[in-house]
Write a protein that binds this ligand. Structure first.
Ligand code: SF4
Length: 354
């Protein structure tokens, strides 16, 4: 049998008859026969027990601006320590990180780090948060759970950058240790999710609702892919849903698509499409609507929803100036802005590892 350094007995599974097990981490709820692996390729049934193969196996470690997650309303201007592994519960053909998200355990080089080592590195590089990002964090649930518990005890914040495909049981377990999340909403129909992601929309929306109820700071991203999910009715439906379920204070990000992976045949998103989506969402009543991956566009700034003044200026992933009071109110009119934590104006250096 192949030796996997990151092998640990999994959390959240149940034993079935004939040596089968059912994984309860994501809504796919894979039933796995002895010797088999789940859809994500990272969980294996050995003699009737379920094991993760990727505990502590890091495919990337990096220091990122928190705006890169994207989180624009959570400790703006701060640095976050980003970590990832391999595998995903979806198979999106445009994935920007497909080299890691579609890799199987052992297929690419990973470095092994204990949760304590990750927390120490985050502290060393002046990060006040750890982001579980680049590939789907639910996939290495056990490691995210243990790292976030240890980090939280030291006052470090924990962030999920996720497709939102997480079971109710898994979310209930991990929610007490998670401070913020960016959920990537891939499109606005079950058909779209089934056809392109091999997943479902409804559980993602349920997870967003539950995160909101559990007071996890939440921002959503919608990548606009020309010809696939750029229907104006979809933007309207998505915006209405956010308004009715998460409230007008929830920040949303419409992002530009770049041709990549199996979708190199499609053009990049024209700026007009992003502006249309943003206008629809603002018209629906959402207060903080951003345009992503267009450095220099006014849609990357924050405007006060009351007086309309620009209160946070950004360029790409940097906060360049702001007009917020100590308690995150607009300096011009006193409106309370939905910002968690203190804003920092600029960063000095970024470090990257592999
Ligand atoms: S995490 Fe999801 S995809 Fe992976 S084995 Fe468990 S249920 Fe299946």
């Amino acid at each position: 049998m192949t030796f996997y350094r990151g092998r640990r007995e999994a959390f959240l599974y149940k034993s079935l008859s004939y040596g089968k097990v059912q994984c309860l981490i994501c809504p796919r709820r894979c039933i796995i026969s002895e010797g088999g692996v789940g859809f994500c390729g990272t969980r294996i049934n050995i003699k009737g027990k379920l094991y993760t193969l990727i505990y502590g196996e890091c495919s990337a470690l990096a220091v990122d601006p928190i705006e890169k997650k994207p989180l624009f309303h959570f400790y703006p201007g701060s640095l976050t320590f980003s970590i990832s592994t391999v595998g995903c519960s979806f198979k999106c053909p445009w994935c920007q990180n497909w080299e890691i998200s579609q890799a199987k355990p052992g297929e690419i080089v990973t470095s092994h780090h204990t949760p304590e080592e990750i927390v120490k590195l985050a502290e060393k590089y002046n990060c006040n948060s750890i982001s579980y990002t680049y590939n789907e964090p639910t996939i290495w649930f056990e490691y995210v759970y243990e790292t976030s518990r240890i980090a939280g005890k030291k006052g470090m914040k924990n962030i999920l950058v996720t497709n939102g495909y997480i079971s109710e049981e898994a979310l209930n377990e991990i929610a007490p240790y998670i401070d913020a999340a960016n959920v990537d909403v891939k499109g606005w129909s079950e058909e779209f999710y089934r056809k392109y992601c091999k997943g479902e929309l409804k559980p993602v929306l349920n997870a967003c609702r539950r995160m909101f109820e559990k007071k996890i700071h939440l921002e959503l991203t919608y990548l606009i892919i020309p010809g696939l999910n750029d229907n104006l009715e979809d933007f309207k439906g998505f915006s209405e849903w956010v308004l009715n379920n998460l409230g007008s204070d929830t920040p949303i990000h419409f992002s530009k698509f770049y041709p990549h992976y199996k979708m190199k045949n499609l053009p990049p998103t024209p700026i007009q499409e992003l502006e249309k989506a943003r206008n629809i969402a603002l018209h629906e009543g959402l207060k903080y609507v951003y345009i992503g991956n267009f450095p220099g566009h006014e849609g990357e700034n924050t405007f006060c929803p009351s007086c309309g003044e620009k209160i946070i200026s950004r360029y790409a992933f940097n906060v360049t100036s702001h007009a917020l009071t100590e308690d995150n109110r607009c300096k011009y009119c006193g409106e309370k802005i939905n910002i968690k934590g203190k804003i920092t104006e600029r960063r000095k250096h970024l470090w990257f590892f592999t």
